[in-house]
Design a protein around this ligand. Structure first.
Ligand code: ZN
Length: 624
């Protein structure tokens, strides 16, 4: 009783909110689906959608018509009365959110432009049929999302087949993610009705496709038949299932050679591509592709392609490009290096080929297939190639929710891209300094009052390049170099990939995995970098020395906490580096570093290698 009274009295007198930077981050409670360790729990489930698609490209009107069967398996514990379906071509319909708001493209520091519209093209998808067991289902389209009422409830462990027929006109410019050049090159994505993800966190996830905010998709198998004019060559997600029909004996022999070659083999040479361009081949040809365990399917087709191929560790690496795209002679080597580097560093590439197509799309990723433009500067060409292939790890392999959390997709990918660029250009000025760009971007974009936390949704980000790409890459670089160390960091990120491949992680699953595997409590770090725009200002206030001990008075003057690296310069000209772990700030924003040394200290520098985005470097030095 006495104890109780004392506690109440104390609480009344000294009520203090917990403002410690180390207070717990309020994450969703762990459960049997998502465990406290960050791994999928014993009851983890996700839905499955398998697709059989037959589509025809009519080049005269640039219209694609398709029929498809979707086999949908309900692995959830819930009974479903309706399903949500994505019909993204409706972003180009007159009444779409994107067109109604008529917003200009997003412009970013550095010149990047994100135009998510069709640049005036009016299109949209027509759903001719959506049926099950021969019965049309009632459906309502809401822009890029469609709700379909089931004629019978779908119970847990139930399966249902949907028969769908549709057509849409191909936009010349498809929001930067698809499109065509006349009737000579088609790069096709967001083209068939896809099931919306139903998960344990939000149930259905029918967030509209507005432009910013990419895709969140179920895994499944695909069997896709594409009928095109006979002169077209097709590259797609999936393996060609009818090679004797679609490839001639020369192409097949060269491909067989490419499967044993680390160097590019030319499957269609420049001269052959140029000869093909002048030819008119009558009739049509049907290409059949099969793909296992992918979350999407895309394809590209042209009668003009050059085609190079090589292989690494049984993975066929292919580059398709127009004869005019000269820098693309090296693209196959860049792609080969990229697939090898990411496989060895973060987890093996799991599919039979990795293919990229040069064309009008500024850079876009699909399973096994990327769209990349031809870029004059070699370093920039490598960057976009390696970036789009980096997406095969995030989000193709680790299937996160891009519509909500682009930093887990673009951001993690941008981080690994720096490692790839450093590897490919090792020993050059570019390779040795490219990661410094991130601190430059910090100075330009992390402006107080403008900067938004990266947890904000992508459609609300005014500087998507910073919040979705560069800041999370800087975050992971600092986590690796200053907080965890390279080996523990890489082990933890690899484990995240291993745990969540072909699955749907949430932010908390990532945070918990990194903390559990590295052994470090990091709530403070995630709060600073993900949930706030905290800034860093580490300072050395003064230095005193008595006997064989120097006292370095340090202070943390802004909201962000990070470990401190000190460089001590002695009177005899020698230097020494001391590192202080994050626990130095446990008792507040002042810390006295005791350095045992008999030598007189002449100067001190905080963060001597300048790896931090410290907002005031003038107070990082003390010197006599
Ligand atoms: Zn990207």
């Amino acid at each position: 009783m006495l104890h109780f009274v004392t506690a109440v009295t104390l609480a009344l007198q000294t009520s203090v909110a917990d403002s410690s930077p180390f207070r717990a981050l309020p994450l969703p409670a762990a459960n049997r689906v998502r465990s406290a360790s960050g791994a999928p729990g014993p009851d983890y489930w996700q839905q499955r959608a398998d697709y059989v698609i037959r589509a025809t490209l009519d080049t005269a009107g640039s219209v694609i018509r398709g029929t498809q069967r979707i086999h949908y398996a309900n692995h959830s514990p819930d009974t479903l009365a309706f399903v949500w379906v994505q019909i993204e071509q409706n972003i180009f319909a007159q009444n779409s959110i994107t067109y109604t708001l008529n917003q200009p493209p997003l412009h970013f520091a550095g010149g990047a432009v994100f135009d998510f519209t069709g640049k005036g093209f009016i299109g949209g998808i027509t759903i001719e049929r959506f049926a099950t067991a021969g019965k049309e289902l009632r459906r309502t389209a809401y822009g890029t999302m469609m709700r379909v009422e089931l004629s019978r409830l779908l119970p847990p462990r139930g399966v249902i087949d949907f028969d769908v027929a549709w057509h849409f006109p191909v936009p010349p410019y498809g929001g930067g993610r698809m499109g065509r050049i006349g009737a000579r090159l088609y790069e096709i994505g967001q083209w068939y009705p896809r099931l919306v993800v139903y998960d344990d966190v939000h149930g259905w996830n029918p967030l509209p496709y507005i432009g910013a905010g990419e895709f969140y998709l179920e895994y499944g198998d695909f069997d896709v038949s594409l009928t095109l004019p006979a002169g077209f060559v097709v590259a797609a997600t999936g393996t060609v299932a009818n090679p004797l029909v679609v490839w001639g004996p020369t192409a097949r022999a060269r491909l067989a050679r490419a499967r044993r070659s680390a160097e590019r083999v030319q499957i269609i040479t420049k001269a052959e591509a140029e000869a093909n361009t002048g030819k008119r081949v009558p009739g049509t040809k049907t290409w059949r592709f099969t793909a296992r365990n992918v979350r999407d399917f895309a394809w590209a087709a042209s009668p003009d392609f050059r085609w190079d191929a090589s292989s690494w560790s049984g993975i066929l690496i292919q580059t398709f490009y127009r004869p005019g795209a000269t820098p693309w002679e090296e693209a196959n080597k860049m792609a080969w290096f990229t697939i090898k580097h990411f496989s060895e560093t973060w987890g093996t590439y799991p599919w039979p080929h990795a293919t990229t197509v040069e064309g009008l799309v500024e850079g876009m990723e699909y399973p096994m297939l990327t769209f990349v433009p031809s870029i004059e500067k070699r370093e920039d060409q490598f960057w976009v190639l390696t970036h789009e292939f980096g997406h095969e790890w995030f989000p193709m392999l680790v299937g996160s929710d891009e519509r909500r959390y682009p930093w887990m997709d673009e951001g993690f990918n941008t981080f690994i891209d720096y490692g790839s660029a450093e590897g490919y250009f090792r020993g050059t000025a570019y390779g040795d300094t490219v990661r410094r760009e991130l601190l430059g971007a910090y100075r330009v974009s992390a402006v107080p009052g403008n900067e938004q936390p990266l947890i904000d949704r992508p459609v609300e980000q005014r500087d998507l390049a910073w919040a979705a790409y560069q800041k999370p890459a800087l975050m992971l670089t600092i986590l690796r170099d200053a907080v965890l160390g390279q080996e523990p960091f890489e082990r933890a990120l690899r484990e995240y990939v291993r745990r969540w491949k072909f699955k749907h992680p949430q932010p908390a699953d990532f945070f918990r995995t990194i903390e559990n595997v590295s052994g470090k409590e990091l709530d403070w770090f995630w709060r600073e970098w993900v949930y706030t725009t905290a800034r860093l200002d580490q300072a050395v206030d003064s230095v005193t020395q008595a006997g064989d001990t120097a006292l370095v008075y340090l202070s943390n003057r802004a909201q962000m906490v990070l470990p401190v690296t000190l460089e001590l310069r002695y009177a005899d000209g020698t230097t020494e580096t001391r590192r202080f772990p994050i626990e130095m700030w446990n008792l507040g924003s002042k810390f006295t570093a005791r350095v045992g040394t008999a030598k007189p200290v002449a100067g001190v520098v905080v963060d001597p290698k300048e790896i931090y985005p410290d907002i005031d470097r003038a107070n990082n030095q003390w010197g006599k």
